[in-house]
Design a binder for this molecule. Structure first.
Ligand code: HEC
Length: 168
């Protein structure tokens, strides 16, 4: 036994009260983790106008998860972290001005590859090709532009959508 009462090999408290403290800490941590999991806000459901459209509701869900932080819920470039971006601002999807073009292939390219030197990263390694098209289609929807029909050609909803079928 060392002078301070700790286990001389590990330095951990060897006393019963020390062990109780560790056990109590473990319980508090477990509670905090389960609370965070239980009360985690679920992503907003797809708005009614697109809920029946699997392509757009997929795009909406992906946009909520990955794009809202910068581009904002309505695509106006006013997401919660937009103000802290010091390089080029995210821009406004609804102002009719497209820095990188509004053609379907240009839009898909920006989202797939990103824009170097800005906070807009490429999403090719995160999304499947079908997901890239869905989120690009949703950008058109936010901009109140017709969603390019070519995005829907050969489009696949992906494995997660089975869940949606069970809970319509
Ligand atoms: C970390 C912040 C951030 C996130 C997250 C982000 N973007 Fe961007 N995005 C930007 C910035 C900044 C620009 C402007 C780039 C420039 O000026 O060239 C941009 C540009 C764009 C453009 C081009 C707009 C134009 O005027 O041509 C599109 C389209 C776009 N983003 C879509 C998305 C989509 C879809 C997602 C989610 C998958 C996303 N972005 C996620 C920051 C972000």
């Amino acid at each position: 036994m060392s002078a301070n009462g700790n286990n001389p090999m590990t330095g951990e408290p060897a006393t019963a009260s020390g062990r109780w403290l560790l056990a109590a800490l473990a319980v508090v941590t477990a509670l905090a983790v389960s609370a965070a999991v239980l009360f985690r806000p679920s992503p907003a459901p797809a708005p009614e106008d697109i809920a029946k459209d699997k392509f757009l509701s997929k795009g909406h869900a992906l946009y909520q998860m990955r794009c809202v932080s910068c581009h904002g819920t309505l695509g106006k470039g006013d997401g919660p972290i937009a103000k802290s971006i010091v390089t080029a601002p995210p821009g406004d999807f609804t102002d009719g001005v497209w820095k990188h073009g509004d053609k379907p292939d240009q839009m898909l390219k920006v989202i797939t590859e990103g824009v170097s030197g800005t906070q807009m990263s490429g999403w090719a390694s995160v999304f499947t090709p079908s997901e890239l098209k869905a989120v690009a289609g949703y950008v058109y929807h936010l901009a109140k532009l017709p969603v390019p029909a070519e995005y829907r050609v050969g489009w696949e909803p992906g494995p997660n959508d089975q869940e949606d079928d069970e809970n319509p």
